[in-house]
Design a protein around this ligand. Structure first.
Ligand SMILES: Cc1ncc(COP(=O)(O)O)c(C=O)c1O
Length: 403
């Protein structure tokens, strides 16, 4: 177990780093797979899992987490774009990769070269993909893709009313193969008594009606998938043939409405935080009452205070809005962040924590021995979501993979 005094992370350089626990990631993946395959359901084939590793694996390192997840049995991977897909492929991933936000004109041949399956989000994209496949002289039905249907988010995907047009265009594309059809939920975490809480059910109905029309036109939809994290945890009727976990893979349930549902979800599907963001204390000073700390003196000491300076700021992923608001763990105790978070450093008040020394480790979120400062609680305290916080860890922060 990693403790503040005894970190397993060994590297040289500016002492800020993100520890990524591959056992925790594998635990979460296996827990999700077991959860969506309850023995009483008696399916012919196990329900598949498409691991969402976009956004550099929610900040954890896309290629590295994909490798661990492939080993754990992930059936598919989801990335944002061609470039992310290529990075994951180059890491040695052999399982299929779905490019969720589709491709931009000019990217088709790179998609095909790296065997990436694009999401088709507009009917006119079919002809472009077909032309690229023909140019490369690929065999018939060798280029897989998924069709995304927009069932109410009004973001990406063909409208249900375009299903006929899709079927007509697709019939002309002899190189293409429809591997799956999916939709994405706008509000699957909302159960509170509000019109938004009804949205998921309406999206499901539209999706299934579109699928029926597709089948009626002689098109086999292949793998049917809808569920993101909240739907996986709390809406079994949406699981389809495959689920697409994002934030739950990384150890956190989303923010349900009502909030009390989180405890219920955590009990049904216990997860382990994967990332711990840490920095060492690089300076310690005694600040007398009446003295300001940091830019614009937004914190003024009211008592003789011991202020520790961490080697991490918003340029590393400590959200600036945590200034004068959040806390970090030092020696397993909460040390309040004081003043404005700078780009490169953050000040914390360690007056109440005995024995703090230069070189000690602060945990911005994650685990510290038997203590945890959950990233979802930190996110909620500043009015954002866990994924935002995790993705905010910048490139200059080394990721240390613990196995
Ligand atoms: C299409 C799609 N599926 C699944 C996910 C995973 O979402 P979550 O992190 O809520 O599980 C995302 C993320 O935004 C997505 O865009």
């Amino acid at each position: 177990m990693t403790t503040t005094r005894n970190s397993k992370a060994h590297f040289s350089g500016r002492p800020v780093w993100a520890e990524v626990s591959l056992p925790a990631l594998t635990h979460n993946f296996k827990a999700i797979r077991a959860y969506v395959n309850p023995p009483e359901e008696k399916r012919k084939a196990p329900r598949k899992v498409l691991s969402i590793v976009k956004g550099n694996g929610y900040g954890h390192g896309g290629p590295q987490v994909a490798k661990a997840l492939e080993k754990a049995g992930s059936d598919w991977f989801g990335v944002t774009c061609t470039a992310e897909g290529i990075e994951v492929r180059k890491a040695g991933i052999r399982k299929p990769i779905l490019v969720l936000t589709s491709f931009w004109p000019g990217e088709e041949s790179r998609l095909l070269q790296h065997r990436l399956s694009p999401a088709i989000i507009r009917c006119d994209q079919l002809a472009a993909l077909e032309r690229a496949a023909a140019r490369r002289g690929l065999p018939k039905a060798s280029v897989g893709f998924h069709l995304k249907i927009d069932t109410g988010m009004n973001r990406l995907g063909i409208s249900p009313g375009d299903v006929e047009c899709f079927a007509r265009q697709f019939a002309k594309c002899r190189h293409l193969r429809l591997e799956g059809v999916f939709t994405h939920f706008a509000s699957s975490e909302v159960f509170a008594n509000s019109p938004v809480a009804e949205q998921t059910r309406r999206q499901e109905e539209r999706f299934h009606a579109a699928l029926e029309r597709l089948r009626g036109l002689g098109v086999d939809p292949g793998i049917v998938h809808l569920a993101n994290s909240a739907a996986i945890a709390s809406r079994p009727e949406t699981w389809g043939d495959m689920v697409r976990p994002g934030v739950i893979l990384y150890g956190y349930h989303p923010g349900y409405e009502p909030l009390e549902m989180r405890a219920e979800a955590e009990k049904k599907l216990p997860l382990k935080p994967v990332m711990s963001l840490r920095a060492r204390i690089i300076s310690l000073r005694n600040v007398p009452p009446g003295s300001g700390v940091g830019y614009n003196s937004k914190f003024v000491a009211e008592r003789p205070s011991k202020i520790a300076v961490l080697a991490a700021g918003y340029g590393d992923g400590i959200h600036r809005s945590l200034g004068n608001r959040g806390s970090v763990l030092v020696h397993g105790k909460l040390a309040p962040i004081v003043g404005i978070v700078s780009m490169d450093v953050t000040m914390v008040d360690v007056t109440e924590i005995p024995g703090v020394q230069i070189g000690d480790i602060a945990t911005v979120y994650g685990t510290d021995g038997e203590h945890t400062l959950p990233a979802n609680a930190v996110a909620r305290s500043i009015g954002t979501v866990t994924s935002d916080l995790l993705c905010a860890v910048t490139q200059r922060v080394p990721r240390i993979y613990l196995s």
